[in-house]
Design a protein around this ligand. Structure first.
Ligand code: DAT
Length: 176
């Protein structure tokens, strides 16, 4: 069966918690009218969270159930998917993968302000230092669709949104 091409691209915005995924995704959805899919919220809304993991202070995600629910949402394109993980999504869902990065000092401040302390705070800072999400994206998607965006300052925030908007415009020119 021939694969039906999407009319609009699907974009994945990923990175360690606190790097600015939601901020960027919200601004992008306002600019582009694409649908912002906050995976953590979808997981809650559709009861895809299993029992609580006391070590990591967060509930386990039922990935299979979530993917079944998201499949239909992704079919037509025009989605901005925002999540701090990327390897469990089907590779075919995404046309562009943007890994948002933040330096340790800024990330520490943002996560402390969010109320993260102790192991949870340390684990997230380490995750960013070890480039865990960048490596996960690079090993899960073709290198040519993965882009790293540094998001330390407000100025970079606007540049990053503009970069993704321009990428979407180029995709449309080349694919529609
Ligand atoms: P995430 O969705 O990756 O967890 P967020 O969008 O909630 O991150 O951002 C975390 C906090 O950092 C939030 O208070 C907004 C702020 N922030 C995001 N991008 C920023 C930037 N480029 N400069 C300064 N603050 C930023």
């Amino acid at each position: 069966m021939a694969v039906r091409q999407r009319n609009l691209p699907n974009v994945l915005v990923t990175g360690t918690p606190g790097v600015g995924k939601s901020t960027i995704s919200k601004m992008l959805s306002e600019r582009t009218k694409f649908t912002w899919r906050e995976v953590s919220k979808l997981a809650e809304e559709y009861n895809c969270l299993d029992e609580y993991d006391s070590e990591y202070q967060c509930p386990f995600l039922n990935e299979d159930k979530l993917l079944d629910i998201m499949e239909g949402m992704m079919a037509k394109g025009g989605n901005i998917v925002d999540y701090h993980g990327c390897e469990f999504f089907p590779e075919r869902w995404f046309d562009g993968v943007f890994v948002i990065r933040t330096n340790n000092t800024a990330l520490y401040d943002r996560l402390s302000t969010r109320g993260y302390t102790g192991k949870k705070l340390e684990d997230n800072i380490q995750c960013e230092i070890f480039e865990t999400l960048l490596e996960e994206a690079q090993s899960s998607y073709k290198p040519e669709i993965v882009q790293e965006l540094h998001n330390n300052t407000e100025e970079q925030l606007y540049t990053n949104v503009e970069t993704i908007v321009q990428w979407i415009e180029r995709w449309k020119e080349e694919n529609i």
